[in-house]
Design a protein around this ligand. Structure first.
Ligand code: ATP
Ligand code: MG
Length: 561
């Protein structure tokens, strides 16, 4: 029996591994992880999970986490993506200090390592075309076709590999392959391609290279070169692990070998997460860009109003699983509500206005009423809201002929106007179509509540804005981008885009209390009784544009009851 129990339930399986490694001094006391994005698109919430995990483990165990760009495919990658990725990681609250690396930093070393493998008869230059290699791979139960070049002399492969590098051969005419096992049940072990010839300008190395390493060849060796102790990746790389280990063995690397551990990728319902599909949405104009507030990208979530803390909390609650699962979008929404409930100042805003006139309120009088900024944070203090004779309330807060349990406004009934007075509905004005154009009320001057509340109680409390003081603003009401839980789950002839939600964006004009006039992009508010909203970068000074982050309805909290 061991004296220590590593199955502490509060530790996830990766933490348990690290704790054990530290106890057994397996890594010389070091914990070194990395987040290795390919700069071929913007980061999404799945990447956020990986970032929180890798940087989080390094923080927790006093280790280091590198940011490494896996930039081995110049035709799909660019510096714009590199910069966006850096901005997103920083915004999430993580710091890679001076450890910003690129697989392309290692091109020369990887080349030397490949030469070493050729000399050891563990790699060879193959002149089959890409199609021939693909066609000859076989199936898991039938062996692949052995390349006619597999046993060519070492000297010949060395010469050809050098000439590949020197640009003597056309693109696609030759590759360098590892010499492993064309009959392996693991398809990744069937003499995988290590280098291909590709005349493409690289965002860092320019035209210095016309051969580029394959991801599988570059990835494990990059981890080794960076002294990574725990190479954490998603489950689909489990079948690549034998190949990564084969490369390390073939290179005769014994010390400081990175070890790979796989966890289940984050899947979220009501969205898609592959970069290829997200790019398709952007290029097809289905969204306004990578940072469209409906996108599951980090930049989209930021613009939508999500906070870094809410995403970190979400990532934590999702946990680290060893099996595929799908997380409910409602959990992500729950996390931002929880954060904003605590931290977002309250304001009143009417999104579907109907006029309300207080007939017995003095013409021209304006009262500045005191209103709490945030009941969850008394230290946030108060604001003032102007009150006058003509107001707006939400159209659906009034019913002419209400059902029994309707506690909002209806003829003859009383409600409180938040922070203000109790009013009573006397009659309504309608246009020739029967559409209500104004609600006439009287108020009880003895019932002004201010901050302390008043003596008389009524069942309903409504938000409102003063017509003369209201700020007219553009409000973008966002909803889920897809209208089915699994948009990826489509029949053969279908497409995930068939499930785009046509009502994912509605743009309206809202009427807001004037206190928000000078708020700037990124500021977040709760519109009382309505939802959480964030000011969009499209705003101009004095004219804020609001994005709806989430409504107040929390289906996650309900599900947990
Ligand atoms: P996608 O499959 O979405 O196009 P990718 O996996 O090709 O993305 P990379 O840039 O290679 O994107 O990913 C960088 C890191 O983020 C990898 O270590 C990968 O395992 C991790 N990652 C990507 N998607 C997820 C996810 N949904 N959940 C957790 N980690 C993820
Ligand atoms: Mg990848």
């Amino acid at each position: 029996m061991k004296e220590k129990n590593h199955n502490t339930p509060s530790l996830n399986f990766l933490e348990q591994i690290i704790v054990k490694d530290l106890e057994e001094n397996r890594t010389g006391g070091r914990v070194h992880t990395r987040f290795p994005p390919e700069p071929n698109g913007y980061l999404h919430i799945g990447h956020a999970k990986s970032i929180c995990l890798n940087f989080g483990l390094a923080d927790k165990y006093k280790g280091l986490c590198n940011l490494r760009f896996d930039d081995t495919n110049p035709t799909k990658e660019n510096v714009g993506y590199v910069n966006a990725i850096k901005e997103d990681v920083r915004w999430l609250g993580f710091n890679w200090e001076d450890r910003e690396y690129y697989a392309s930093d290692y091109f020369e070393k990887l080349y030397e390592m490949a030469v070493f493998l050729i000399k050891k008869e563990k790699a060879y230059v193959c002149e089959m075309s890409g199609e021939e290699i693909a066609a000859g791979r076989g199936t898991p139960s039938t062996p692949g076709r052995i390349s006619p070049w597999r046993d060519r002399p070492v000297e010949e492969s060395l010469d050809l590999f050098e000439r590949m590098r020197n640009g003597e051969f056309p693109d696609g005419s030759r590759v360098l392959r590892a010499k492993i096992d064309m009959a392996s049940p693991n398809m990744h072990m069937r003499d995988p391609v290590m280098y291909r010839i590709m005349r493409a300008n690289h965002h860092r190395t320019g035209d210095a290279w016309c051969i580029y390493p394959m991801y599988d060849w570059a990835h494990g060796q990059s981890d080794y070169l960076e002294n990574i102790t725990h190479s954490i990746c998603t489950l689909e790389f489990e079948v690549h692990r034998p190949l990564y280990n084969w490369f390390l063995d073939a290179l005769e690397i014994q010390e400081n070998r990175p070890r790979q551990f796989e966890f289940a990728r984050l899947n979220l319902n009501y969205t898609v997460m592959s970069k290829r599909k997200l790019l398709e949405l952007v290029e097809g104009g289905h969204v306004a860009g990578w940072d469209d507030p409906r996108m599951p990208t980090i930049s989209g979530l930021r613009r939508r109003g999500y906070t870094p803390a809410s995403i970190r909390v979400f990532s934590d609650r999702v946990g680290v699983a060893k099996r595929e699962n799908v997380i409910d979008m409602a959990l992500l929404e729950h996390c931002i509500r929880e954060d904003l409930n605590k931290n977002a100042p309250r304001v009143m805003g009417v999104l579907d206005p109907v006029k309300l006139i207080i007939d017995n309120y003095p013409d021209g009088q304006v009262e500045e009423l005191e209103a709490i900024r945030n009941p969850e944070r008394p230290e946030a203090g108060s604001r003032t809201v102007p009150f006058s004779k003509v107001l707006y309330i939400e159209r659906n807060d009034f019913m002419e002929d209400p059902p029994k349990k309707f506690f909002r406004l209806s003829p003859g009934k009383e409600v409180r106007l938040k922070y203000a007075y109790i009013i009573k509905c006397e009659h309504v004005e309608k246009d020739e179509n029967g559409h209500i154009t104004a609600i006439h009320c009287t108020y009880d001057p003895e019932t002004r509540s201010g901050l302390s509340g008043s003596t008389r109680k009524v069942k309903g409390t409504l938000h409102w804005v003063s017509a003369d003081h209201a700020l007219e603003t553009e409000v973008r009401l966002y909803d889920r981008l897809f209208n089915v839980p699994e948009p990826d789950d489509v029949p053969e002839d279908g497409n995930f885009k068939d499930h785009l939600n046509p009502e994912s964006l509605e743009v309206i004009t809202g009427l807001l209390e004037p206190s928000v006039k000078d708020a700037g992009p990124g500021e977040r508010f709760q519109f009382e009784r309505t939802g959480y909203f964030c000011i969009d970068p499209d705003s101009i000074p004095g004219k804020p544009v609001f994005n709806r982050t989430v409504t107040l309805r929390d289906s996650w909290a309900k599900m947990q009851k």
